[in-house]
Write a protein that binds this ligand. Structure first.
Ligand code: FAD
Length: 318
């Protein structure tokens, strides 16, 4: 048996074991690699005005030679219309490998089946399979919609099988979401781990984390996940903290309480420039800590802001 990753655990609900290692000499995650894997999240533009800036953004991000870029999907950007349009643009104009965020909320099972085929035609290299947020006041999605991300993984696998001849050049990458601070609807942390294990069993190749505000939140989540039997990469989603307002808004949108130490430090700033500097330095310190702990990759929530993304990466020497 591998002592570092005990394999006897049957359920994430069982009591946690400890990793028997000296944290001073051994990274919690895995040995540091020579190159940190890098990916970027892009948002389809909402207005024509943004489209002009898009080429500069895409070209600027491409300079980092990222391992993939992921394209979000939401009501505000016409659901998958916007996602597919941006993916087509990326596939036609660059060598970047685009991954589409696909949420159960974007359509019925039948509609999503058509969208998966359309996105494959558009040049997608993989999917981030998501449930999406429930409509306000609803406890579940309407009839005809897939209830959970795990059901969407099954559907993608089904369509992938049907398209096997066309995909002969390579399998689609399957990714899923995970939550260092827990998902708001989950009963407890073990439920989040059970769901993540189910996603792994259904073929997820990697997971991307929800944003988090302290390195320790990510590192302890990875440790608990490994002890529960999660083997796929858990790629940290990094949100540059450019201002208190943005941090608080992202906290609300993602249902995560912003730690007091973060709000206090940002509130101490007397100018917007100082606030930006403090926030970006905190983001860089957080990122540096998890890279130094041995994580193999970073996923940057760019918010389509090339200058901020560049600034963060230069602060951590990427
Ligand atoms: P699930 O994994 O299905 O989980 C949802 C809830 O149901 C959890 O509480 C889980 O514990 C529970 N659950 C799961 N399976 C079961 C089961 N079988 N039985 C009972 N309970 C179960 N949203 C968008 O709309 N568009 C995006 O582009 C987008 N991008 C994102 C990118 C990342 C990296 C992340 C982390 C999130 C993103 N989201 C996006 C938000 C995401 O859709 C929400 O967080 C959503 O509320 C949950 O999605 P999920 O895929 O984690 O759902």
């Amino acid at each position: 048996m591998n002592e570092r990753f005990p394999s006897t655990r049957l359920s994430a609900s069982a009591p946690l074991d400890r990793l028997d290692e000296d944290p001073a000499t051994e990274p919690v995650l895995r040995p540091a690699r020579s190159r940190t894997a890098l990916s970027f999240e892009l948002i389809p533009p909402r207005h024509d005005a943004d489209t002009a800036l898009l080429d500069t953004l895409i070209a600027g991000l491409a300079e980092y030679n990222p391992d993939y870029v992921s394209v979000t999907s939401s009501r505000r950007s016409d659901w998958l219309e916007g996602t597919a349009a941006l993916i087509s643009r990326i596939a036609e104009t660059t060598d970047l490998k685009p991954i589409a965020h696909l949420a159960c909320t974007a359509g019925t099972r039948d509609e999503l089946t058509v969208w998966i085929r359309t996105l494959i035609d558009a040049g997608v290299r993989g999917f981030l399979a998501l449930r999406g947020d429930l409509p306000e006041g609803e406890a579940k999605l309407p009839d005809g919609y897939l209830p959970y991300a795990t059901d969407l993984l099954n559907l993608i696998n089904e369509v992938q099988e049907e398209q096997a001849f066309r995909l002969a050049a390579g399998k689609l990458a399957l990714s899923v979401a995970c939550y260092p601070s827990g998902h708001a609807e989950s009963k407890n942390a073990d439920m989040d781990l059970d769901v993540l294990l189910a996603k792994q069993r259904l073929g997820a190749d990697f997971a991307i984390t929800q944003l988090f505000f302290e390195a320790e939140d990510y590192l302890s989540f990875v440790e608990k996940s490994r002890l529960a039997g999660v083997r796929i990469p858990l790629i940290p989603g990094i949100m540059p903290m450019t201002s208190l307002r943005r941090v608080e808004r992202m906290g609300v949108l993602s249902g995560i309480k912003v730690p007091e130490c973060v709000t206090r430090r940002l509130s101490d700033a007397s100018t917007a420039e100082e606030e930006y500097e403090i926030g970006m330095q905190m983001s860089a310190d957080l990122t540096r800590t998890i890279v130094d702990a041995g994580t193999g990759g970073l996923h940057i929530y760019t918010h389509n802001n090339l200058a901020v993304t560049r600034d963060l990466l230069s602060r951590i020497d990427i």
